[in-house]
Design a binder for this molecule. Structure first.
Ligand code: NAD
Length: 364
């Protein structure tokens, strides 16, 4: 994978978006300021419009001014977009269209979704504590190929529709290389998920995976699971996994299943990466939460952990990323809770109070 040359300045484009977006962005930027003060690294922050706010101001969910900034930054930090105000617009004018176009502009073919259980919150999962305690896994999903994009698609005859699952060797290789690079930073264990017992495209995926790992990452311990078994194993014994890699469709399902293991949507970050020649995109897994927007109730942690992923993967600052993750862990261990993760009787912090605590810990 080529690496985008990170300039000395370390430039980040921030897209606060809609709903709770501006509130959680403010907290992430506070934490970035703490990183800067502590490490003496300077970050150049620019802002842009995306989603509903961009529609309101420019009539375009991804205006040309935002696109023009993409080539001038090392990474993009996005909060969330969308909301009821824009729900009735035609499909191609909705806020979500801007996000899809943004991912396309950044040629992001790999979606990274970590699922980590903070042990002090293990009881908020629907699964038993002993099953989920200690989970720390990563689902790498192929994002731009497979059945969501294959041709032919749509109606082919009266009352008959088709979609096509298709992968080229180059598409498989690049996602496997990306997953291997992640595995090399972790425990060097990779599990590839497919349906090779039934689908030819899956058998090809498996063959290319074996060849790629053998020739480029011989240290990696590679295993394979069929998607039906992988879905079961994730619930039965999730701790057996470290990095999982899969096609667009299977990865879509597995990444949501893995997210549910952890209990709260307000804690989950994600990254969408290309071949390294364009900026990486980092965003929480959750949406714009219009039901709690503007009330100080949003949990800023998913956004703050997205910032940590950005520092590690796009700006090559693993130490600073770790400091943020440890600050979050400490805050949670000490009982700091926003409404979404508080149990009855626990003190509830506002978005800004949680941000302040993490800021102080990073700056300590
Ligand atoms: P959502 O993730 O916004 O909200 C689901 C539930 O989780 C809500 O009850 C919300 O209050 C809660 N929640 C979400 N994030 C939270 C946080 N950080 N802290 C505390 N609670 C949180 O999903 P939704 O309600 O289906 O969608 C709302 C809007 O967001 C829609 O317009 C949708 O299209 C959009 N959306 C955007 C993205 C994105 O920007 N990537 C992703 C998903 C949904």
């Amino acid at each position: 994978m080529k690496l985008k040359k990170v300039s000395d300045k370390k430039r980040i484009l921030v897209l606060a978006g809609d709903g709770i977006g501006p509130e959680i962005t403010k907290e992430a930027l506070k934490v970035l300021e703490a990183v800067s003060q502590k490490s003496k690294i300077s970050f150049e922050i620019s802002e842009g419009l995306l989603g509903g706010i961009a529609i309101d101001k420019t009539a375009d969910p991804l205006p040309p001014e935002t696109i023009a900034k993409l080539d001038k930054v090392d990474a993009v930090l996005l909060a969330a977009i969308g909301g009821p105000k824009w729900e009735n617009l035609p499909q191609d004018q909705k806020p979500e269209k801007g996000l899809l176009r943004l991912r396309k502009e950044l040629e992001a073919f790999a979606n990274l979704r970590p699922a980590k259980v903070f042990n002090c919150l293990a009881d908020s999962s629907t699964l038993k504590r002993e099953v989920i305690e200690g989970i720390d896994l990563l689902v790498v999903r192929e994002l731009t190929g497979g059945i969501y994009f294959g041709s032919p698609r749509g109606k082919i005859a009266d009352k008959t529709y088709v979609n096509t699952d298709v992968y080229s060797e180059a598409e498989i290789k690049r996602i496997i290389v990306c997953a291997c690079e992640q595995a090399m930073r972790r425990s060097k264990k990779l599990c590839s998920v497919d349906k090779a017992n039934v689908l030819e495209v899956s058998q090809f995926w498996r063959d290319v995976t074996i060849e790629t790992v053998k020739s480029q990452f011989p240290e990696i311990e590679l295993s394979h699971l069929y998607i039906d078994n992988a879905a079961m194993q994730l619930i039965r014994n999730p701790r057996q996994f470290d990095v999982l890699v899969s096609s667009n469709l299977f990865g879509d399902i597995l990444s949501d299943e893995a997210a549910m293991l952890t209990g709260s949507i307000g804690l989950l970050p994600s990254a969408s990466l290309g071949d390294g020649s364009k900026a990486g995109l980092y965003e929480p897994v959750h949406g714009s939460a219009p039901d709690i927007a503007g009330q100080g109730k949003a949990n800023p942690i998913a956004m703050i952990l997205s910032l940590a992923m950005l520092l590690e993967s796009s700006l090559n600052l693993p130490k600073e990323a770790k400091t943020i993750v440890q600050a979050v862990e400490q805050a949670l261990d000490e009982g700091c809770r926003t409404a979404d993760i508080a149990t009855v009787g626990e003190k509830v912090l506002t978005t800004a109070q949680m941000g302040d605590i993490i800021y102080k810990k990073v700056n300590a």
